[in-house]
Ligand binder design. Structure first.
Ligand code: FAD
Length: 515
């Protein structure tokens, strides 16, 4: 099977051409911020036939969109707090991602709660009731049992098959439920942005939005310092935790979530999400999640993070200890700092609504239209990016009195997407199909570059070249920290730098579209 890149390729050549074209005429929609939300808005607008510029100060998925737990939630957590509408919305969006728009990147994912002595019978009954409510949500969102099986009680042996290092003393079986898991969050963002680019959107990284109003902005090329005036009929601020810096008057109350990165060896080959209750709580859990490159992510925390917003948030010592202790409470031998490969932390872009703690703040997304027409979209989550984009754009079109086509992103597959049957038939290694979908044939076709670039990662030189020529990677950081996630393990990152440099110098384009 061949895969055509059909105008979706992002690279330095296209960026230079599109930057040069700025300012010639007003655009319909200017989006500030290239996280999952901004990319989603750009895609929705381009799919409605509008002209679009997306300006991202650093790189696609530079912000929170690469620091998530990489789960596509069915909204169970919202049900627990009685937010049925948001829970249903999450379940619907999960079904759209798994079934149509990104079946290559989002896979059904089993999660196991081991019933250990610290989970008493009442607590177990509560978790089971929650899982049953999750089944009902799935059914109400019309996601079939074939895609996401029903939750069920499992025996101790089955718990151990999923999680070989789980404690066996006092284990009375487990509870199993299914949700969605992303291959990688940054790759979802890049896939959305490239799909927008295929529909004509100009996706400009290293391009900061300054003096942003409802009618345009100055876009500063961070590589040359050159400023471009852009007039727009609609401007949407999707700058995540930085939204308040783009639109004065927007106040955020970020909370930090941290994950640890460990090796699969430390878990004896984990094949499900291991869900461990936080001692003393019936509603908080720590998760151990199998991840690419034989990693396991252990998260997450929820810490108030007031003050200045760093470009890259860092885990605190207390968070690391808390996560290690909590996950170890379910394991035969405790994990220690010696097991750690790395950590990552992200800030949730929560709107400040006046309460005292971040737990009081609505996790639903908010669309705010300023008096000059500037529309800000914040909050929400990765899972609901498509719906957030639709709501923001509908509000902006309405406020500007512009008529455009209806939203069509529910049925619009992202680059590389195809049905599960088609994906199974793609003539490329399964790992590449999970990462690239139908485009895996292009990467696999780069013969002679299929070997892993170094110890500690499965990434090949062919993948790095593809990232430079088609996925908009402009430098080593883009390659190691967002197109791949090699950077999550700093030691492997050191080893991989040379291969990243070589890919950036590589002269020959691969695939069907040249830069
Ligand atoms: C620890 C953690 C775990 C999570 N886990 C999950 C999960 O498992 N599932 C889920 O569905 N959701 C999850 N979420 C939520 C989800 O990650 C976020 O809601 C989502 O990524 C926010 O995306 P965004 O595009 O709004 O913000 P961001 O990704 O932060 O994007 C904003 C972008 O704007 C850019 N920018 C800023 N200022 C400017 C400017 N002046 N000009 C141009 N660009 C600018 C930034 O560089 C950045 O790239 C999690 C969040 C956290 C923190």
């Amino acid at each position: 099977m061949r895969s055509s890149l059909k105008g979706s390729s992002l690279n330095a050549g296209r960026r230079a051409r599109e930057l040069d074209s700025l300012g010639r005429e007003p655009v319909d929609v200017l989006v500030i911020g290239g996280g999952v939300t901004g990319a989603g808005v750009a895609l929705d607008a381009a799919a409605r036939g509008l002209s679009v510029v997306l300006a991202e100060k650093h790189d696609l998925a530079f912000g929170t969109s690469r620091w998530s737990s990489k789960l596509v939630h069915g909204g169970l957590r919202y049900l627990a707090s009685g937010a049925v509408g948001i829970a249903h919305e999450s379940a619907v969006e999960r079904g759209i991602l798994i079934g149509r728009t990104a079946p290559h990147l989002v896979a059904p994912f089993p999660q196991v709660v081991p019933l250990l002595p610290q989970v008493n019978h009442r607590h177990a009954a509560l978790v089971q009731a929650g899982f049953l409510a999750g089944d009902a949500l799935r059914a109400s969102a019309h996601t079939s049992r074939h895609t996401l099986p029903r939750s069920r009680r499992i025996r101790s042996q089955e718990v151990q098959r999923f999680a070989p290092t789980v404690r066996t003393t006092g284990l009375r079986g487990g509870l199993l439920a299914w949700d969605g898991q992303l291959y990688d969050d940054a790759r979802l963002t890049i896939g959305i942005a490239r799909t927008a680019a295929a529909l004509g959107a100009r996706v400009l990284t290293r391009c900061a939005g300054e003096q942003v109003t409802g009618h345009g902005a100055v876009l500063r090329d961070e590589l040359t310092g050159r400023a471009h005036d852009v007039d727009a009929r609609i401007v949407i601020n999707a700058a995540g935790v930085w939204a308040g810096q783009v639109a004065p008057g927007i106040e955020l109350r970020p909370s930090r979530g941290t994950h640890l990165v460990l090796s699969q060896e430390s878990f004896g080959g984990l094949t499900a999400g291991l869900t461990v209750p936080v001692p003393g709580s019936t509603s908080r859990f720590v998760f151990a999640l199998p991840a690419p490159d034989d990693h396991v992510y252990v998260g997450i925390t929820d810490e108030d993070a007031p003050g200045d917003i760093p470009d890259v948030p860092l885990a605190s010592e207390e968070e690391v200890d808390f996560l290690l202790e909590t996950v170890s409470s379910a394991l035969r031998s405790p994990l220690t700092r010696a097991d750690l490969l790395g950590t990552f932390s992200g800030l949730r872009p929560l709107l400040h609504t006046g309460g005292d703690s971040t737990a009081d703040i609505s996790r639903r997304h908010a669309v705010i239209t300023a008096s000059d027409g500037l529309v800000t979209i914040v909050g929400g989550k990765l899972t609901t990016y498509r719906r957030m984009a639709q709501d923001a754009l509908d509000a902006a079109l309405d406020s500007a009195g512009i008529t455009a086509g209806p939203c069509s992103t529910r049925r619009l597959p992202l680059v590389g997407a195809a049905s599960r049957e088609v994906l199974e038939a793609v003539d490329a290694p399964a790992r590449l199909v999970r990462k690239y979908g139908t485009e895996a044939v292009v990467v696999a076709g780069d013969a002679g570059r299929a070997e892993a670039i170094c110890v500690g990662t499965e990434t090949s030189a062919a993948e790095l070249r593809f990232a430079v020529q088609h996925e908009g990677a402009l430098d080593e950081d883009d390659l190691l920290d967002r197109r791949t996630r090699i950077g999550l393990d700093p030691i492997t990152r050191e080893r991989a730098v040379e291969a990243a440099r070589a890919a950036l110098q590589s002269p020959q384009p691969i695939g069907s579209e040249r830069g």
